[in-house]
Design a protein around this ligand. Structure first.
Ligand SMILES: [Zn+2]
Ligand SMILES: [Zn+2]
Length: 412
């Protein structure tokens, strides 16, 4: 059996037997559906009246990826200009590709489309072997990267609930099935927002244009104590986020962290010696008490760093595009064979993509692995493998085949 036949067969099995009919797609009849087929084709402008109809289509045509529009249309099957846009959900896409992690260099590789040369880490402009420019990056859904993405999702949920006032019932969180998380906001209040309005929300969430140069402190001259923001309330919005963020940062800060930020040695010493006092004052008054030896420039640098830590790393173009097609919940991601899985907001800390997004739990498959880092499915750890034939549980084999790192073989 070829790898493509194997993948196709597993996807067909999933859509025929396991795709849940209680998958929630609000206003399903007003959305446009799009499908990527295994034959490298894209089918768009489809529409369905019920989830049963969707399932029937999925098990008949077995697409490799399934999408629907965040938008609602009067005529979802019409051409773009004639669809008549009625509104759209507010969507956030968090992808590990946008979050710097220390492990990228270990598990991400790139391949030359010309000569097949494989390199690791940052992709060069040209292939060092043949000077070809057709290079493609191959990422890996690793635990560290996915944990980093989850932390961003948790930060985003905090902003959406605390600052924007959305309730849990208006928010849905999903694991994307590959390297990130999707947050959907589904409610009347966001429906009519145009691209510009959505860009404002993006800017707020990602802290773009946030004032970190403490102009209000300069005006009053740098004395005794100052708040991190001009806003009076320290219990709300970015003001709280900066104050809380500074507390969290200082409570576990090491000399090395401060030096990496480019602080002078004496300033580092003073902060390390006086940090308990600074923390106590921050906690009691929400204000920063100035300390001798730490100038305004240093505080500004620190606030800027805290703002970066507190900002949410999202793929901004996804949120501002009011016609965007997004992956449909409970469908399979062809990059992994994992599901786009529902994440309970109240239990997000416990969500484990390598356990909760697994679509296949039975059977073993023999594969020849080209090159793969150590990985986990459920409680079982596999690899690292290099140029080896192994027999793996279906979900593990499918992951490697989907990532192009293994081929199905008949016999080990
Ligand atoms: Zn090459
Ligand atoms: Zn990683």
């Amino acid at each position: 059996m070829s790898s493509l036949t194997f993948t196709h067969e597993m996807f067909r099995k999933y859509y025929a037997e396991d795709f849940p009919l209680n998958t929630s797609v609000p206003f399903i009849e007003k959305r446009e559906f799009g499908f990527a087929l295994f034959e490298n084709q894209m089918v768009r402008h489809k529409s369905f009246r019920s989830i049963e109809e969707v399932k029937f289509f999925l098990q008949s045509f077995v697409p490799c990826d399934v999408y629907f529009s965040c938008a609602y249309y009067e005529n979802p099957t019409a051409e773009m200009e004639r669809k008549n846009w009625l509104g759209a959900d507010l969507i956030f896409d968090i992808d590990a590709d946008h979050i710097p992690t220390p492990c990228e260099r270990i598990h991400d590789r790139w391949v030359c489309g010309n000569c097949g040369f494989v390199g690791r880490g940052v992709m060069p402009e040209r292939c060092p072997l043949c000077s070809g420019e057709k290079l493609s990056a191959e990422t890996w859904p690793c635990e560290v990267c996915l944990e980093a993405a989850k932390i961003e999702a948790i930060k985003l949920l905090d902003v959406l609930q605390d600052d924007f006032g959305f309730s849990k019932s208006e928010l849905r969180v999903f694991f994307s099935g590959h390297r990130g998380y999707h947050v959907h906001v589904e409610c009347e209040a966001v429906k009519a927002l145009d691209s510009m309005a959505r860009k404002e929300i993006v800017d707020y969430v990602s802290g773009l244009g946030l004032e970190t140069s403490l102009p209000h402190v300069k005006e009053r001259s740098f004395k005794k104590r100052f708040p991190l923001e001009t806003v009076k309330s320290f219990s709300f919005g970015w003001s709280r986020r900066l104050t809380d963020g500074l507390q969290t940062f200082l409570s576990s800060v090491k000399e090395d962290d401060l030096r990496k930020l480019g602080f002078r040695k004496d300033a580092v010493n003073v902060i390390m010696q006086r940090k308990d006092g600074i923390l106590r004052d921050l906690y009691n008054s929400g204000m920063v008490h100035t300390v001798r030896g730490v100038g305004l420039k240093t505080w500004e640098k620190l606030v800027k760093h805290i703002a970066t830590l507190q900002s949410v790393k999202i793929d901004t173009v996804v949120t501002t595009d009011v016609h965007r097609l997004i992956r449909m919940p409970e469908t399979l991601n062809s990059k992994t064979g994992f599901k786009k899985a529902d994440v309970q907001i109240s239990a997000i800390d416990d969500f484990d993509p390598f356990r909760d997004a697994i679509a296949f739990r039975k059977g073993m498959v023999k594969v020849r692995v080209l090159d793969v880092p150590k990985f986990r499915i459920g409680d079982e750890t596999f690899g690292p493998y290099r140029d080896r034939k192994v027999e793996l549980p279906t979900a593990a084999a499918l992951l490697l085949v989907c990532k192009g790192r293994a081929e199905v073989v008949e016999n080990v």
